[in-house]
Design a protein around this ligand. Sequence first.
Ligand code: NI
Length: 167
Amino acid sequence: MAIRNILHYPDSRLRTQAKPVPEVDDAIRQLIDDMAETMYDAPGIGLAATQINVHLRIVVIDITREHNQLHVFINPEIIDRQGEETMEEGCLSVPGIYEPVTRAEKITVKALDKNGAPFELEVEGLLAVCIQHEIDHLDGKVFVDYLSRLKQQRIQKKLEKQQRVAM
Ligand code: NI
């Protein structure tokens, strides 16, 4: 396993549309292990392959404090959405920024697991929000896209400044 570098907003590679995984093989499982390790190390509760500059439709999520309930979604698709909920979101690609975003409260997601087997999951609350956030990454979207233009500009400036200092 290896910890991968996480791309930071406004990196244009975060805008890439990820391609479906054609076959769930050992290379994909290795990638998933790296994604989980990178997410736990950060630490974060979700990571999309896009964020480590791999443009395949894979998401890992673990919302537990104990890091013992890893969810893997390969080629995820939201097939039902219900209600609305506003939650404060953050993102490993947008460090230090937390802003409220409104999304569906309850979703049904369809995906493949680590063995390539299809499954469906009906979820709500934080896990539902997190799945929607991560699938957005696969479509080249970042949560700040939902904020006002003024807020987006402020966040962009702040992060560019942080990156200059870090160099
Ligand atoms: Ni994110």
